[in-house]
Design a protein. Structure first.
Length: 349
């Protein structure tokens, strides 16, 4: 088969690699129907996270089960399945508590796992899925093609935006600010709206993203950043601040903005991968400002979000504003790196 390799900073190739096979009785082989490029992939692509040798990449995919090991019981050959951005057993104490991203058997796509075998990167034609029973979630029947993009978002960005809203304690009637207008931030807007927030302020400087945020439920958009943006939000809330803030970027500036627009007693739900300064502990202490979040347990939300998508109640797949054939994956990375696309969907070539 062919799969994506990240060879060095800004060097992506689509090359012939070994076909995946069932290594353990708990494995499944999935033929990828759709995958995509994630904003977090860009940390490696840009060289911010060092690439020491060519690596398989991609952690979001949906597809059809081609083969299962002898101990797999929850999915069958022919099932359409969604894979979260990490794999695990979905049965350990952490998974049962709802934090699958801390699974005792946690593993990542594109790397050799605890079992000593490679779990293929998602940006390829096929993927070996370890712990298939705990990892994969199937749909009752093959979905309509129009629903595939939305189901793909459940691998990561929709589950991550949902986690931010959950951790920020968004509830009916809340005033919510979303810091970040990437796919996760936009899904955070959608999540807050679904949870009943009354006012949702999207902080975004990019017109197409602003428009999609409004379609997803944002009542207000603030294009300014830094102190100016903070002051506008505080003026909008009559100096009180937001009940909840979804921090979906991960930089020092974005985190500081989140706390600066939060009301006393409010909560920041953070899901942006940290690449910046530490927390403003003094400010948090003085204002009783709370924080919760981290790596989203996408698997924990999969069934709930799948059912919302299949019922037509949410359509997070609109974050994909570009679609390319998988062999053109290098162009997909360039488009996202240059902010010419919010998120690129990859289809088999």
């Amino acid at each position: 088969m062919k799969a994506t390799l990240l060879n060095a900073a800004r060097s992506v190739s689509f090359e012939e690699v070994a076909d995946p096979t069932v290594k353990l009785p708990t494995d499944a082989i999935v033929k990828v129907s759709a995958s995509c490029v994630c904003g977090s992939d860009l940390w490696h692509y840009r060289g911010i996270n060092e690439v020491r040798e060519p690596m398989r990449i991609g952690h979001e995919f949906v597809g059809t089960v081609e083969e299962v090991g002898s101990e797999v019981g929850t999915v069958s050959v022919g099932d359409f399945v969604i894979a979260p951005f990490t794999y695990g057993d979905n049965s350990c104490a952490h998974c049962r508590a709802g934090f699958n991203s801390a699974c005792e058997q946690l593993g990542g796509w594109g790397a050799v796992g605890r079992d000593g075998h490679l779990a293929d990167g998602a940006q390829g034609e096929y993927v070996r899925v370890p712990l298939a029973d705990g990892t994969l979630v199937s749909t009752p029947e093959p979905p309509q093609a129009s629903m595939v993009p939305s189901l793909l978002t459940l691998s990561d960005v929709m589950g991550t935006g949902w986690h931010a809203a959950r951790m920020a304690r968004v509830e009916r009637g809340s005033t919510v600010v979303v810091v970040g207008d990437g796919a996760v931030g936009l899904c955070g807007v959608l999540s807050a709206a679904r949870m009943g927030a009354e006012r949702i302020v999207a902080m975004s400087r990019h017109e197409p993203r602003q428009e999609l945020a409004r379609q997803f439920g944002a009542t207000d958009v603030v294009a300014e950043r830094g102190e100016e943006g903070v002051q506008i939000v505080r003026d909008m809330t009559r100096g009180v601040g937001a009940d909840a803030v979804l921090e979906c970027v991960g930089t020092g500036q974005s985190m500081q903005t989140a706390f600066d627009v939060l009301r006393p007693g409010g909560t920041v739900g953070y899901v942006g991968v940290p690449h910046g300064d530490g927390l403003p502990i003094g400010q948090m202490f003085a204002g009783n400002l709370n924080i919760a979040g981290g790596v989203a347990p996408a698997r924990a939300y999969l069934e709930e979000l799948r059912d919302l998508v299949l019922a037509g109640e949410i359509e997070p797949g609109r974050v994909f504003d570009s679609t390319l054939p998988l062999p053109e994956v290098a162009q997909a990375y360039a488009a996202m790196d240059e902010r010419r696309a919010i998120k690129v969907l990859l289809q088999p070539g």
